[in-house]
Design a protein around this ligand. Sequence first.
Ligand SMILES: Cc1cc2nc3c(=O)[nH]c(=O)nc-3n(C[C@H](O)[C@H](O)[C@H](O)COP(=O)(O)O)c2cc1C
Length: 153
Amino acid sequence: MKHLLIVYHTKTGNTGQLAEAARRGAVSEAVTDVRLRLRTAADAGPGDLLWADGLLLGTPENVGYMSGAMKDFLDRTFYEVEGELQPLPCAIFISAGNDGSGALRALRRIIKGYPFVEVQDPLVAQGPITTAHLARCEELGQALAVGLEAGIY
Ligand SMILES: Cc1cc2nc3c(=O)[nH]c(=O)nc-3n(C[C@H](O)[C@H](O)[C@H](O)COP(=O)(O)O)c2cc1C
């Protein structure tokens, strides 16, 4: 049984919609042997990372960066898991008013240090959340779960 962790922050609900879509994908019929844990960045801790075989990280872009809550999650866990993690397969989703590149750049820079390894292209949802964003995030959740289950990651 593989373990997939989704950690996200949302203030006004948009990244939350993406996280829920990723969760739907990860528990879809195509996936039988993966246990899922969905945590807000505020609630997640080092124990969740040590539990996980794969990871989805979701954040809004706030002032050109990841949200403070996501940064806090990473700050609170970095040394606690140092040396304890195999490189963790990971994918990123971002909700942004208009851009998202600053949040993506910042996250990518930090996750290299853990190390988390991006195994899927990120989803950057620009503007209001659309059904296409949700479908893509559902695919992302499913792809991570299926890939873990199949031993591809
Ligand atoms: C304090 C704050 C700063 C923001 N800064 C940016 C930004 O730099 N670039 C951007 O594209 N959107 C920015 N936004 C817009 C949010 O990224 C966007 O509304 C996003 O969908 C919010 O996600 P959430 O509903 O999950 O909180 C900002 C929003 C807030 C509240």
